[in-house]
Write a protein that binds this ligand. Structure first.
Ligand SMILES: Cc1cc2nc3c(=O)[nH]c(=O)nc-3n(C[C@H](O)[C@H](O)[C@H](O)COP(=O)(O)OP(=O)(O)OC[C@H]3O[C@@H](n4cnc5c(N)ncnc54)[C@H](O)[C@@H]3O)c2cc1C
Length: 466
């Protein structure tokens, strides 16, 4: 489900369903979830193992916070719903608003996508700043308490483990328990919930794992204040290298260089520039050569595989427990979808609570949020099967979807209508099925294809994408 399909946040639709909710993990999923739970519980406690700073700061508990993060429209709009003034706050803290149609150029499959005809604001900041602003805004919600330096070590449960009733939490050398009507696991990819479930007699959570073996290198460059260029050169099969240039606060650009399936970017400056020079667009390597580097190190992040835990497939799941964000699904980060998916899921939880309170909340939430994950999994993770080295369960119809997307993107290099439609889907504003609407499908399929095969291709593609 995209932004256009999801019911938006409406604080009026929820009433109080319990005394205390505990959110484990104070990153994007945890913070957005705490906001929606504040409408439904007398108190909400967020337990985060990292110390929480009053300043924007990268954190060891979420090491990706040291790397560039793009905020897609679905995430931005939802955060603005949850935290009115979010965008103004980002700007007030030094973030930038750039125009998607003129400041951003995306090179994809042999050319730049055509400039969109509409102006479209896009907000840019470091990941640490995005998180800092969300945390500040959550801090002003009266019944939410953010506790840093708290490591959750396990769940409390009733005698037959049919309900989770709280958590065990370590604070330095002391361990205590905290009871709750609802516990939310927002601990990211390394979530321990699957292990806990199995240890307590539940079925193993089915997992889809799709290898991509992405290596990230990132660094910062000095940026002239009025230069707001953003450039994206995504890896596209058979090219295994990519890079992006993103303007952020403090007159900096963040640069990411990515290599996939073992084509790891070097970790020293000279060789990294040489590697980046081999991309089809020279801008990023040129800026790496000419601009001062403001980061003292080249940061690294290995990302082996996209991972999807299919909680929706479990017939039994404990009461009083929900799992959110990367703990459910973590995607190849090259397309920057994770934060947006996490906040859309928080809105799914909000509506699940509004519709049925705490009764079977886990199962009802997984059913609602499945579509949010599907959207990204099918297009982004499915797209990784363009590389023959990618292994794992292919989303249904991945071959045909990839064929269609490849053709669409190539046409989008000279067709602004296609480039806009593609951007609305990748920003998670519109569902992928909009790319099959007759006006779009015709532009994609038109050239050099007979009427007959056009009709049958259209039919087969619709069933693969829907
Ligand atoms: C290299 C990289 C680049 C990315 N780029 C983008 C991007 O451009 N755009 C985008 O939208 N997304 C991006 N993502 C994804 C994004 O970072 C995540 O989707 C997002 O942070 C939401 O994740 P989360 O909150 O579910 O989990 P995480 O961010 O992983 O946070 C989990 C939190 O739980 C805490 N925790 C864990 N265990 C415990 C415990 N036992 N007790 C207490 N606390 C605990 C951790 O300290 C951490 O703070 C990227 C990811 C990576 C790896």
């Amino acid at each position: 489900m995209s932004l256009a399909e999801i019911e938006r946040y409406d604080p009026e639709c929820v009433s109080c369903v319990g005394e205390r909710a505990v959110v484990v993990g104070g990153s994007i999923a945890g913070l957005a979830t705490a906001r929606v739970l504040a409408d439904a519980f007398e108190t909400v406690v967020v337990l985060e193992r990292d110390p929480l700073s009053d300043e924007p700061a990268a954190r060891d508990g979420a090491p990706q916070t040291r790397h560039p993060h793009v905020m897609l429209e679905a995430g931005r709009a939802t955060l603005e719903d949850l935290f009115p003034g979010f965008c103004e706050h980002i700007l007030a803290e030094g973030g930038l608003m750039i125009d998607f149609s003129t400041d951003i150029k995306e090179y994809n499959r042999g050319g730049f996508l055509a400039d969109a005809r509409e102006r479209y604001p896009t907000y840019c900041a470091s990941r640490a700043l995005f998180e800092h602003v969300i945390r500040q805004q959550l801090d002003s919600v009266e019944n939410v308490e953010l506790r840093g330096g708290r490591q959750v070590t396990g769940y409390l449960a009733d005698a037959d483990a049919s309900a989770v009733t709280g958590v065990r939490v370590r604070n330095g050398d002391t361990e205590a328990t905290l009871t709750a009507d609802l516990v939310v696991d927002a601990t990211g990819r390394t979530s321990q919930t699957p292990r806990w479930l199995e240890a307590h007699g539940y079925d193993a959570v089915p997992v889809d794992e799709v290898t991509i073996d992405v290596s990230y290198r990132s660094l910062r460059l000095e940026r002239p204040p009025d230069d707001r260029r953003m450039r994206m050169v995504a890896p596209a099969a058979p090219r295994t290298r990519g890079a992006a240039l993103i303007p952020i606060e403090d007159d900096r650009w963040e640069v990411i260089v990515q290599g996939i399936h073992g084509d790891d970017p070097p970790t020293d400056r000279e060789n990294l520039i040489e590697y980046t020079e081999q991309l089809p667009v020279p801008t990023i390597a040129n800026l790496m050569k000419r601009r001062s580097w403001t980061s003292d190190e080249i940061r690294q992040y290995p990302y082996p595989a996209s991972l999807r835990r299919r909680y929706e497939a479990l017939s039994e799941f404990p009461e009083g427990l929900v799992v959110m964000g990367d703990a459910i699904a973590s995607f190849n980060p090259i397309y920057g979808q994770g934060m947006s998916v996490a906040v859309l899921e928080a809105v799914c939880l909000h509506h699940a609570l509004a519709a049925g309170g705490l009764d079977a909340i886990g199962n009802r939430f997984f059913d609602r949020s499945e579509g949010v994950v599907d959207n990204v999994w099918n297009i982004v993770v499915g797209g990784d099967f363009n590389y023959p080295e990618t292994t794992g369960p292919q989303p249904t119809g991945a071959g045909l979807t990839n064929w269609y997307m490849d053709r669409l993107v190539r046409r989008a290099q000279s067709d602004p209508a296609l480039s806009e439609a593609f951007a609305r889907v990748t920003r998670l504003e519109e569902p992928p099925t909009t790319l099959l609407e007759p006006g779009i499908a015709w532009r994609v399929l038109r050239p050099a294809t007979s009427q007959l095969s056009l009709r049958s291709l259209g039919r087969r593609t619709i069933s693969a994408l829907s």
